[in-house]
Design a protein around this ligand. Sequence first.
Ligand code: DQA
Length: 144
Amino acid sequence: MKILVINGPNLNMLGIREPDIYGRTTYRDLCSLILEYALKKRVEVELYQSNHEGALVDKIQEAYGNTDGIVINPGAYTHTSVAILDALKAVAIPAVEVHISDVDAREEFRQISYVRQACFLTISGHGLNGYLEAINALRDRYES
Ligand code: DQA
């Protein structure tokens, strides 16, 4: 099974950006955490991060036909991007939306998610562990 883990804008700044909200673990450490977990779970994982909406759309499209699941934290594009929603709908690959912080308990504008419509599960506020939970959920779904 192959899973693509996509992170959107500013998630490369993990560990530096607003540590009171997102913690002190870096993006690099997050990548190691995910890769180690995937190895243990016998899942192939590809990691991708971009600050650009079109690049995220391109990456989702490229996954068509060669990827069994998508974990996506679209960052701020969560709350604005119809293009990312449409890309996820277009490829119709099972997807899980992840947010490190509890977006529903923050500003009102963060409580709107466009991508949610194309995801069978949303994990919000579980910190970095949310990515691992998402991999688990995709694996369970794939195997059932
Ligand atoms: C985020 C929440 C978003 O509102 C924010 O713009 C992010 C990160 C999260 O992981 O909690 O960049 O997606």
